[in-house]
Write a protein that binds this ligand. Structure first.
Ligand SMILES: O=C(O)CCC(=O)C(=O)O
Ligand SMILES: [Fe+2]
Length: 227
């Protein structure tokens, strides 16, 4: 795909205040000054970067209008159910709508020094949508991962807990926040965005990931991605 719109096609490439050069309305905190590191255990961590992106509603509208959204269904127990959210998946990030986060030479966020080549987006229409407990596939095959999730729009709760039993760590992720799951957080933990009673407007989440070397042995797991 070559004809995706740029975020601000008519604007100069490097307006003041725009580190990635795609318009003054969407600005990132390239220095990660507001990053809060939460240690889950000696191997796994979460980094919550508060207000990492300014102008999140603008980016949300652009992606709502231009990405290839679909509502997927899955077989659960003995029937087909529709997933409680919409999805837009870009295994080749270069084919995603061109925005400040996807069109930079090292897509968002270069801070973690990883070649983010894949993008997975969720559109939670309101508080009745969510994502059940899961680990991200196929990254759960890797010994260690760093998966940034950028939230746009409404504030929602993001929960992560040890696979098996243990307490949940609860993160309130606001529009423009990055929640980064690192270390063994895909192998030793699972995470979710629960449906909730408290009314919430639409939210998008952008999940960035790297290629998984197919030679890495798969771990035995019966977990579903996105129940
Ligand atoms: O929406 C979020 O914040 C997380 C979504 C997620 O975990 C996923 O799509 O795998
Ligand atoms: Fe996930």
């Amino acid at each position: 795909m070559t004809d995706h719109p740029t975020l601000f096609p008519s604007e100069p490439k490097t307006p003041a205040g725009s580190p990635l050069g795609y318009g003054p309305d969407v600005v990132i905190d390239a220095g990660f000054r507001s990053a809060e590191r939460i240690r889950l255990d000696e191997n796994s961590w979460i980094e919550h970067v508060h207000g990492w992106l300014d102008g999140h509603e603008h980016l949300m509208r652009l992606l709502m209008d231009t990405a290839s959204w679909e509502q997927r269904s899955r077989w659960m127990y003995n029937r087909t159910v529709q997933e409680p959210r919409h999805t837009a998946e870009y295994p080749v990030i270069a084919e995603a709508p061109r925005t400040s986060c996807t069109a930079s030479p090292t897509p968002c966020p270069p801070h973690y020094g990883r070649p983010y080549t894949r993008l997975w987006m969720n559109w939670y229409r309101d508080h009745n949508d969510g994502a059940g407990w899961h680990a991200d596939r196929p990254q759960h095959k890797l010994v260690e991962t760093v998966i940034p999730v950028l939230g746009l729009g409404a504030t929602r709760r993001f929960l992560i807990k040890p696979d098996g039993s243990g307490r949940s760590t609860v993160i309130e992720t606001r529009g423009g926040d990055l929640v980064v799951m690192g270390g063994r957080s895909q192998t030793d933990y699972k995470h979710c965005v629960p449906k909730q009673k408290t009314v919430a407007g639409p939210r998008l989440s952008l999940n960035f990931s790297t290629e998984v070397n197919q030679s890495v042995p798969a771990r035995a797991t019966s977990r579903l991605h996105h129940p």
